[in-house]
Design a protein around this ligand. Sequence first.
Ligand code: SAH
Length: 348
Amino acid sequence: MQIIQDLSLEELEVLVNELGEAKFRARQIYDNINLGKSISAISNISKDLKEKLLARFADTPLEIITTQESKDGTKKFAYRLSDGNIIEGVLMSYKYGHTLCVSTQVGCRMGCKFCASTLGGLARNLTAGEILAQVLTVNTMLGGKLGKHRAITNVVLMGSGEPLDNFENVLKFLHLVSCEKGINISPRNISVSTCGIVPNIYKLADAGLQVILTISLHAPNDEIRKTIMPIANKYSIAEIMKAAKYYFEQTGRRVVFEYALIDGVNNTHECADELSALVKGFPTHVNLIPLNEVEERELKTVTRKKAEQFSEWLKKHGTSVTIRRTIADDIDGACGQLRNKIVNKNQT
Ligand code: SAH
């Protein structure tokens, strides 16, 4: 069944016209939906119109079925979609606001060796409205409203799924979530994270949005990268760097590289030197993430000391770098872990 969150205000106007209703009804529906209401909970439209909407659209696009809270305050949610599929998200709260990590697909087909999201493969893409609904639902839960009264200030597309493997829906989501009449989160406060689907990096650069591009590099050369990321067989690091540079030239935004530190795989001094040489030449930043160990995977994380050492090696070359604090590792923090637990439990 379709969901109404997929529609922009303009598309809603076409719909209410088709249903024989006055144009202003579209805005009423749009406001309520963006405030996280289900169709049946909208109080300022007629019963008749509600029934017409419910004949076409699911009442709610998703609901939160599990919440885990970490010692550091980070919350992890599992959502059930209207077709029963499960996805997950993470809420990180800071002094300046709340960052929500959203999923873009049910599962993932990229096959990265260290990632739990990809264990069961890809079930399906999320629609733009399903990605938006994650933001609207949590915003409402936090007591947020629309525009400057929103609670969610930043969004990162770093949950399950590969955003650039679901390009059209992700692009529409970016337009919906930044709509001035809706929750209005600026693209400048949104990060799109990709394992490096090169042609779609160019498409994103040409889309005219100012989102932050985050590239999951995780290795300084193709040889190592191929051992942990199957996508490396399709696109080389040289092609990724060319696309990243183009992204910077088109948007003026510094490109962020994610680098998960995996002991004995990508954390040698030589790797650090190679990585520094790679990201030189245009404004970039490296985010080091000590691997979040996944039960089903053999790969091992690094100690804090080793992470700091790697960071120092990069800094010696003048590379801009931070070590991301390991978030929520007491609550299945890594991508896909919570969803897998729920899905596996339901299957046994
Ligand atoms: N498909 C997108 C979004 C994935 S999740 C991408 O590849 O960028 C966001 C980040 O978490 C990615 O950099 C991903 O490689 C990383 N990641 C996944 N599993 C991880 C784990 N177990 N430990 C540390 N980082 C992980």
